[in-house]
Design a protein around this ligand. Structure first.
Ligand code: AMP
Length: 308
């Protein structure tokens, strides 16, 4: 069975949207990546840290979906990473209200022995030094390393971030963050600058406006599926990244053509994530639903045109 190693946060989130508000619910970049990747019948190993305030039932729920949590350290007496955000009316932008690193502050990741040879590595949103440390522990050179990050780490650990970016093949990043990282307004120029930092492939996520894939001169665009109801966008970016990485792990084909399909799979899964608060929708997603929506994606973007 194909293997994916994913590092990121397993977190408590408190979310406010124009439609409602949650108390602390399960979230975190690794959680969303794992749930998305679980759709591909692969074995995903998570590396993360939580406090003993994290209910066992949440980890069991992940295990039931073939997600290995032996690399999720449980710190006795520690508190789990907590993030709180409030979405604006457009549901595309948000303010971070609270980021409490808690056990994440002195986390030293340990990659489980059976995942040190994973061919595909997803460095989910986390401190860049933690992301680097995961790469240092691998026993074999992976086929592909994908990195996801956010403005929080650009603001607080830019030099470390630049170091780890040098070591990856693909970066997934949202449009505002691509502009911040590159200092370029045009996304085409931003992708060019980010290529120069290391990654051969740059994926720029544009929320409800889809995602762009850049590789040197090649460019590909996938729309986001227009939805009648968007309930909570939290985790959509991580779900996209997990879907992208999960599909690459399943196929182990790292050609540009296959990466286009990975972008579509990622976008498709992200379209489910936003339909309910937190991880709820991703926990209950069936293969049939995924398949049906992929068909809608195809219809949305397929057209015939005669060029004279
Ligand atoms: P997304 O909406 O895809 O950007 O991801 C939201 C998830 O990222 C939430 O579940 C948070 O717990 C998690 N998160 C928020 N801030 C950070 C951070 N600084 N580092 C890692 N994960 C974070």
């Amino acid at each position: 069975m194909s293997k994916l190693l994913a590092v990121g946060t397993v977190a408590f989130d408190a979310i406010e949207t124009p439609f409602g508000k949650t108390d602390k619910i399960l979230g975190g970049s690794a959680t969303f990546v794992g749930l998305a990747a679980s759709q591909f019948g692969i074995q995903t190993g998570l590396v993360s840290v939580v406090g003993d305030d994290m209910p066992k039932a949440y980890l069991t729920m992940l295990n039931e979906r073939n997600i290995d949590t032996s690399g999720v350290e449980i710190v006795q007496g520690g508190k789990t990473f907590f993030w709180s955000g409030r979405y604006h009316n457009d549901m595309n932008s948000r303010d971070t209200l609270v980021t409490e690193l808690n056990t994440l502050a002195d986390f030293a990741p340990v990659v489980p022995e059976n995942f040190k040879d994973a061919p595909i590595i997803m460095l989910g949103n986390l401190h860049p030094l933690t992301q680097s440390s995961v790469l240092d522990q691998l026993s074999e050179k992976p086929k592909m390393v994908i990195l996801d990050t956010m403005n929080f780490w650009m603001d607080s650990a830019l030099d470390d971030l630049k170091q780890v970016i040098k070591r990856v093949d693909v970066i997934t990043i949202n449009d505002e963050e691509a502009r911040q990282l590159s200092g370029e307004y045009s996304l085409v120029n931003a992708a060019k600058k980010i290529h120069e930092m290391g990654p051969k492939y740059v994926v720029i996520k544009k929320g409800e406006h889809g995602a762009l894939l850049f590789n040197d001169g090649n460019m590909f665009f996938a729309p986001a599926l227009p939805l009648a109801e968007v309930f909570d966008p939290t985790g959509a970016g991580d779900t996209f990244a997990g879907g992208f990485a999960g599909y690459i792990a399943k196929t182990e084909d790292i050609s540009f053509e296959n990466m286009k399909s990975a972008v579509i799979y990622g976008s498709n899964l992200a379209s489910f994530c936003v339909e309910k608060f937190g991880t709820e929708r991703m926990q209950n997603l069936t293969k049939e639903e995924v398949h049906k929506r992929l068909q809608s994606f195809k219809e949305l973007t397929q057209f015939e045109i005669e060029l004279n």
